[in-house]
Design a protein around this ligand. Sequence first.
Ligand code: SF4
Length: 215
Amino acid sequence: METPKTPLSIDTRIREGLSRVGMVLRVDEWNRAKATGLNPTQLSILTLLEGREKDGLGVKEIAAHLGVSQPTATDSINALERKGFLAKRQGAADKRAVSVVLTADGASALNATDTGEGLAAQAIGALDHGEQEDLLVTLIKMIRRLQEADAIPVQRMCVTCRYFAPFAHADAARPHHCKFVDAAFGQRELRIDCRDHVEADPASRAATWDAFQTG
Ligand code: SF4
């Protein structure tokens, strides 16, 4: 048992903290989903497909991103298709493969739920700018670590993007450069899920990460 004299390891206490925040995020997701008659898995699928209108995603990829089984993902995809929120297309490369894309109605339903409010948003808003920035960078480091371990698929983050040039500018407020839009940006604007992301090859990803780490 944990006492003031025998605290649990910091690793354990951080996981406890993340678990509490995760619980609040799930409550927010339930509330958002309820507003449009969806369940959280269905809402997560719509969110995942947003910004992927051109190619969509396969059922296997959707299941991997959500951390659910393929039958569970298939059930939710079929329910969303019946509502007209997404559509299935023949894969561009493999004609036998099915690609799932968001429809205009699905995009509208998603926008209706995105109020930017919720208990987690309030807690994040109570942090000062420096704390928010530190938290964002810490999360990016953790997510990257998980994806390098193949625990989660590669996310559409700047640090894995072929267009990202970290610390390319002397300006401390906007040190990074996005070659896609040819513009400088700051740590606060680092993306976790950018629709314009193009995954860099493994060697470039490693070099970019080193440059990002060393600043
Ligand atoms: S395209 Fe998006 S993910 Fe890539 S560097 Fe620019 S902002 Fe970041």
